[in-house]
Design a protein around this ligand. Sequence first.
Ligand code: IMP
Length: 552
Amino acid sequence: MSSNYKSFIKTMATLAEMAPPPLQDLSLPELQRQRWLHPDQYIQEDFRAVYIEGQVIVGSPTDAEGIFSKAVKRNSVAVAGVELGDEGKGRVVDNKLGALLDIPGVEMAYVIRSQGGNNAGHSVEKGDQKLALHQVPSGVMYDEAVGIMDKGMVIHPEDLRSEIELAEEVVGDTRGKLILSGDAILVTDLERAEEKFNRKVQDKAGGGTGRGISPAYAHFTDRLGNKINDLLAENWREILGKRYDHYIKKFEAEEMSLANTTVPDFKASKSAKAEVVRSVGTREEFLDRLEYTRSWLIERDMVVQNTYLIHQEAYEDLSKGVIFEMAQAAGLDLYNGTRPDVTSSNTVLHGIANGTGFWMPDMIDEKIGVIKATFTSSVGARHMPTEIPLNKSIRGPKDLGPDASADEQFGAFTREFAQEFGTTTGRPRDILWLDIPFLNYNIQMSGVDVLAATHLDVARKDLKIKICTHYTDLQGKFVPYQPGLEHQQGVVPQYVEVYGWDAEDVRKAKSFDDLPENAKKFLAFVQRRTGVPIVIATTGPDRENYLELNNQ
Ligand code: IMP
């Protein structure tokens, strides 16, 4: 596979050396590329056309309709969560990737991450191989896929090294299969310590995953932070040493010790299957740890300075498919999620534009929003109106008392059956009823145009399922959804209650028609309320529990 990537590099190099073809024979994207690759020649040609031959043409030429518009890239798919994360996007990405690679003529696919970092977690499976990934795009299991960690991501290089080494124990050598943008935002233990610092010093700074995500993005916007390129620079020790000194001062002002501040230890946590911490250490310890990763990064030769050229090549070349794998979900979007309890990136499809610097959402062929079918789950400090009040000590129905309400019974069943516990921390997630006002808002602003409903098997015949259709105030007056937790204070979710079904009946379905009637009605109702086609349902944990839906 790495041969695909190598052949790509060769093509770009060869192109740069080639004499450019005449402009009039080229399609618009090709024409643009030629202008980039051979500027001297075309500057002269343009100059002659306009200033010598007097071809003064401005505006849309009516006889060449469409040539100035950007075409949709065939064989491109974006997958984004539209609730609060952990919807099961990995399954959908994985399936779509397999489908893309099966298309005749498609030889390889790029799997592109454009935002988020080690706050994300997605599990991928292939045969009996299983991987938990965080920063690495999920195509790593496929020979014909190349993963791109693009410039909108926040990358912790030491964690990345550990993650890749763990992945390689399962899938073998990944050289040539992973590309990291030199412009990606660097996260170190300093930003992780800063997240703790912020939590201690400011009331508002709660709820993060402790992976340094918010300080790293904050320092991207205040332009004081670092990029992967800074770690690769000759004088990297000076650059990052200065950064350490700056943090020391900041911590000392609050009588805190930077060296003794503990941060998550990814590698140790993975082997202990529980959150393990280590301290930031002294300036030398901090820099030595980075050096260990830096030399590995250099030796692996995975950092690319201009991912733009890769995107451009992928855009034009029909033998290449593209999958955009978004992390987190629309409900966690920095601008329009459940503020203040959001993450710090654009988790909606516009995040792809910023995070790759190339792809606008309307260039993408298939835009899939992922939801959990019968419920929603949430981690973090937020409390949403449709949350089922369920003590964190309740891990399943056996922990409930005899007086448990119907809501608690559904919540406890769901937590256990759907294994709603954090992948690293093991902490129980909050369980929420499906919230249509929240969902409709997220679908609209995330830019997805179809839905995949996962976890359709999370239901029981004897438990009714509630769907929140709208919110009212205490007097029963309609309250429209607005993003931002303060707008959800005091709203009263209004529900319809529908019949459940048997998980086993769902799991054995081979098509929509095989599904239990109540599951079909449930999907049809959600589709009508959201106004977006539900085109995929996952019906159980196994690979074959995946249905493409179309029963019109
Ligand atoms: P941060 O991204 O670490 O700053 O965390 C901010 C918020 O986003 C917290 O409430 C997290 O629990 C939530 N969050 C971040 N990543 C994920 C994810 O992958 N799934 C679910 N929640 C997430």
